[in-house]
Design a protein around this ligand. Structure first.
Ligand code: PMP
Length: 390
């Protein structure tokens, strides 16, 4: 029998069988009618998922980092001032990318597991005039969720473009791009969007589009230049064939299927399911006596959980025992404390059964590592937390 493991890392995730089946269909021409129709609908459905009725969707072959690179390349001109709300590894990455395009970056940082307060953001925006600000909605390295709505609101009041890295949030966490005043949101396919790795997705709001159109310098990146891609996206959406670079045909067919499923579930229901699953997982972890990286419960994202290892448990030993029990989890990512915590992804098609199987594998690994706890206490607590949400 083929060995199966349950993939519970914060991306890539377990994908729906219908999405995987679509991926495996024979590849069509990128100019085939069926492909043009699927791409057109996917672009339109993206507007609904991002809740950005006036946004311009953009889909590129690449990962989330390309989406970040693409946003920076097209919005930054040398000398522009940028503020990065820094909640971890991926916020740091944005600093590096923005600087590569000549931005003068100020970072507003918080210690691991914390986040800058709204007062700190307000003071930073009052102290300097920025062209743009980045927020990592959920920093996957810390499992901290930022107050995106309130921060975007501050950005709007100060005339700053707000760019949201939603790689670990879009389609899993509440995001109302237009109502909140987020000017550009980006994500990648392999997380809550529910499609295997390979797609970078951006939603460009009207103010970000204006900033792009008013550039005085050329975009210093050939592949990511919106000048090349906007006519292509607009043509596909209008159901006309077009070409700049060959689109990842199978992935876009799969995206079409997944976005339809997301909208069929309903965004509010989907966010509530993610909250309930997250609550079940976190309650199970707490019942086992494990702390979490986010320093307050309200700082914790719903798309992943970042438990700290109990004293005496080694990460390498623990993770290999979890794998032997049939579940793949991720280690820590923040370099300074990477051996102190691990990460459980629970987004997209995740079910209560997946969470219970994960907690069970964690219990078996902890017992194997010599950690003492009441057997089944995590599973029972997770199940009880889930039932309480019904
Ligand atoms: N931002 C965040 C918040 C992420 O979680 C990730 C990936 N884990 C990225 C950016 C980069 O995405 P990718 O690995 O697809 O390049």
């Amino acid at each position: 029998m083929q060995k199966r493991t349950l993939l519970m890392i914060p991306g890539p995730i377990e994908f729906e069988p219908s999405v995987m089946a679509k991926m495996g269909e024979p590849t069509t021409s990128h100019l085939a009618d069926s492909f043009i129709e699927a791409f057109s609908q996917a672009l339109q459905d993206m507007r609904q998922v991002f809740q950005s009725p006036n946004g311009q969707p953009l889909v590129l072959a690449g990962s989330g980092t390309l989406a970040m690179d693409c946003a920076a390349a097209n919005l930054v001109e040398p000398g522009d001032k940028a503020l990065v709300i820094d909640t971890g590894y991926f916020s740091e990455r944005f600093v590096t990318i923005l600087e590569r395009y000549g931005a003068q970056v100020t970072r507003l940082s918080a210690s691991a597991g914390s986040r800058p307060s709204l007062d700190q953001v307000k003071s930073a925006l009052e102290a300097e005039t920025y062209k743009l600000m980045t927020i990592t909605h959920v920093d996957t390295s810390t499992a901290v969720i930022t107050e995106a709505q309130q921060i975007a609101d501050l950005g709007r009041k100060h005339g700053v473009l707000t760019i949201l890295d939603g790689v670990c949030s879009v389609a899993g966490e509440q995001l109302k791009m237009e109502a909140w005043g987020v000017d550009l949101a980006l994500t990648a396919s392999q997380k809550a969007i529910g499609v295997p790795p390979g797609l970078a997705l951006l939603m460009i709001g009207p103010r970000a589009m204006d900033a792009f159109q008013n550039r005085s310098t050329a975009v210093h990146n050939y592949y990511a230049d919106w000048t090349n891609w906007l006519p292509i996206m607009q043509a596909y959406e209008a159901r006309k064939p077009s070409y700049f670079g060959t689109p990842p045909v199978n992935l876009i067919f799969a995206l079409h299927v997944s976005l339809k499923q997301i909208l069929a579930e309903g965004l509010e229901k989907r966010f509530a399911r993610h909250e309930a699953i997250s609550q079940a997982c976190k309650t199970g972890i707490t019942a086992l006596g494990l702390n979490q990286l986010p320093i307050h419960a309200e700082y914790a994202a719903h798309t992943l959980t970042a438990p700290r290892y109990p004293i005496g448990v080694s990460g390498a030993d623990f993770l290999s025992r979890v794998l032997q029990a049939g579940v793949t989890l991720a280690g820590g990512l923040l370099p300074a404390i990477r051996n102190e915590y691990f990460r459980i992804g629970h987004m997209g098609a995740v079910t209560l059964g997946d969470v219970l199987a994960t907690i069970s594998a964690i219990e078996s690994a902890l017992a194997g590592c010599g950690y003492v706890f009441t057997p089944n206490i995590g599973i029972e607590a997770a199940e009880a937390a889930w039932k309480a949400t019904l």
